[in-house]
Design a protein around this ligand. Sequence first.
Ligand code: FES
Length: 131
Amino acid sequence: MSIFKAVLGICETKPLSSELWSLEGNKARVKLSQMPEPLQKGGAVYLKGGGLSKPVLLLRTEDDRYLAFEDRCTHFGHRKLDLVPGEAKLRCCSINHSTYDLEGNRLSGPAKRPIACYTVEQSNGDLEITL
Ligand code: FES
């Protein structure tokens, strides 16, 4: 990540097109089967807008699990998070780079609290994230 991006808090993770997910009550339904390119193992996207009160980070782990988190560092800058390539770790995209494990626990940096993890279930080839 460049220092420029870190200063501005620009994350590496890209948003998922709003055509590929919807919010139904407290569940975000991701149309996995309609994605033009599947989410790669070790890849991540984020969901934002569309009625969500906070962005959601969705990732596919190297061992093929889908996980979802509140995409908001708990440090006061509340920057978005990126999956660290090749590591089971999330990193805030701010210059201070707080890190979290894939259970949401804080590992390092100025953030003091864990991030919220959401339940992800697969249903008919799609994903259902309970917020
Ligand atoms: S917003 Fe400051 S470390 Fe994440």
